[in-house]
Design a protein around this ligand. Structure first.
Ligand code: BES
Ligand code: MN
Ligand code: ZN
Length: 500
């Protein structure tokens, strides 16, 4: 799909379909009024007949509208004008993208970027970015493992964003390129998440990281093997992979876009390519969904791809501990005690709390890059889904300012997180009778105690943790990876680069 910005009046621009907004009560948005005038009130007549009321996210496709250059007009209901905010815009733009898919139009021009959005001043760039994400979202298919790919070829190839009154400036072009890069990063993350555990193994993730380095000169990938991890003393990470026949990998991607001396932002992504629970075996129902337990890793790859594609002037390092969590004769048992790379010992009371065991060693390893900031991303706890559902990712940080920056990036991209407590009062839940700590803290506050566990390994730098168990994929009939939190992470890095 291609995108570009065009300035002009909607009746004069040529396209397969021009998309125009109508508010509830039949009030035409500004661009629609302009076209209506040229078309001698063709649109207002239709509205007067009651065929388009402006009900939010409704659509009406019209052919052969007189006196205009486009083949079709798609009227898009926006709902009540005084309620038209970011949510309403997103619902409307998604409805438009869906409706366009079912037309024969090869290209379309959307006059939606100048709509007045409640609570947002001059939101043109934001409107364009979100429309790009919506276009990719509706076009996304994962059919590479079906023997016959989906036949109904979509004809839509090109989307223009029409501007009626505002100037097409560099800021809008930047927003557009960045949004396309983020959308492609999301697609990579979704693909990796959707691939089954027998295809997307730790070795497969390593291959992906190497491919990324091949495609972008600015990215350097290194892959450590289990013997290297032994040498580094990663007893915690290695305890998780013991029962698996797939070799674990520790993948590092270094993107150098900033000054040589500038300290990098390090992203650490949980890459459990399948989580059976190990000896603390999970119940059978929906266990297939544990193929998504590498979505943290996938979001690191997606974000690095986006960052490299944008050419961001910032140093970013991605670290991916990748392995499987399997039961076996030699697998780690409840009660086993291991020594992490940090030297701290861990009593493993539940082998299903494995994410924190691989992350703690990766987080210790991260210090080697002298980070400015470290953010880890993990499908860490079912408890986070209970706390926040599938709407917000759980955000924890040892620095409030960092938490605020991440929250803001999530707000900007509508990929939201919620700030959770990381108070010392929760730490005693991890006390062990036999080791420095145990790997579970009981049922109460399960997402928080998981974060508290990680906090014990991140004292030396600015750190945040995103629990994406509820946001990385959708269950049910439309099950699949969402590509979150690639938008949040990439926007955060864009904002960081802007400050430097
Ligand atoms: N990968 C899971 C977390 C998870 C569960 C993500 C369900 C998405 C949906 C993680 O490794 C895990 O099993 N966590 C346990 C921790 C518990 C044993 C303390 C959990 O959440 O049940
Ligand atoms: Mn688990
Ligand atoms: Zn897991």
């Amino acid at each position: 799909m291609e995108f570009s910005i065009k300035q002009g009046s909607p009746e004069k621009l040529r396209s397969g379909c021009v998309v125009l907004g109508v508010f509830e009560g039949g009030k035409l948005a500004e661009a629609a009024q302009a076209l209506d005038k040229a078309a001698q009130h063709y649109l207002s007549d239709i509205i007067a007949h009651g065929d388009m009321t402006g009900k939010k996210a409704s659509t009406l496709l019209l052919h052969k509208v007189p006196n205009i250059q486009s083949e079709r007009v798609l009227l898009l209901g926006l709902g009540k004008r005084d309620e038209f905010g970011t949510r309403q815009y997103l619902d409307a733009v998604r409805a438009a993208m869906r409706a366009l898919q079912y037309t024969g139009a090869k290209d379309a021009i959307l006059f939606l970027a100048e709509l007045p959005i409640k609570g947002k001043k001059s939101a043109h760039a934001w409107c364009i970015s979100q429309a790009v994400l919506a276009a990719f979202e509706t076009a996304y298919r994962f059919d590479r493992l079906k023997s016959k790919a989906d036949k109904d070829k979509k004809s839509l190839r090109k989307i223009y964003f029409g501007l009626l009154s505002s100037k097409q400036d560099a800021a809008l072009d930047t927003a557009l390129t960045q949004a396309v890069a983020i959308a492609q990063g999301i697609n990579l993350t979704k693909d990796l998440g959707n691939l089954p555990g027998n295809v997307c193994t730790p070795g497969y993730l390593a291959q992906q990281a190497l491919t990324l380095a091949k495609e972008h000169k600015s990215v350097k990938t290194t892959v450590l093997e289990e013997k290297d991890m032994h040498k580094l003393g990663m007893g915690s990470l290695l305890s998780v992979t013991r029962g698996s026949s797939e070799p674990a990998k520790l993948i590092t991607l270094e993107y150098r876009g900033g000054d040589k001396k500038q300290k990098p932002v390090v992203l650490v992504g949980k890459g459990v390519t399948f989580d059976t629970g190990g000896i603390s075996l999970k119940p059978g129902a929906e266990m297939d969904e544990m193929k998504y337990d590498m979505c943290g890793a996938a979001s690191v790859l997606g974000t690095l791809q986006a960052v490299a594609e944008i050419g961001l002037k910032l140093n970013v390092v991605g670290i991916i501990p990748a392995c499987e969590n399997m039961p076996a004769g030699n697998a780690t048992k409840p009660g086993d005690i291991v020594t992490s790379m940090s030297g701290q010992t861990i009593e493993i009371l539940n082998t299903d709390a494995e994410g924190r065991l691989i992350l703690c060693d990766a987080l210790t390893y991260a210090a080697k890059f002298e980070p400015d900031t470290v953010v880890d991303i993990a499908t860490l706890t079912g408890a986070c889904i209970i706390a926040l559902g599938h709407v917000a990712s759980g955000l924890y940080s040892n620095q409030d300012a960092l938490a605020q920056e991440l929250l803001a990036a999530g707000e900007q991209t509508q990929d939201r997180a919620w700030h959770m407590p990381l108070w010392d009062e929760y730490q005693p839940q991890l006390d062990s009778n036999f080791a420095d700590m145990q790997n579970i803290g009981g049922r109460a506050g399960g997402s928080i105690t998981a974060a508290c566990f990680l906090a014990r390994f991140t004292k030396d730098y600015r750190w945040a943790h995103l629990d994406i168990a509820g946001t990385a994929w959708k269950s049910g009939k439309d099950k699949g990876a969402t590509g979150r939190p690639v938008p949040l992470l990439t926007q955060y890095l864009i904002n960081c680069a802007g400050k430097k």
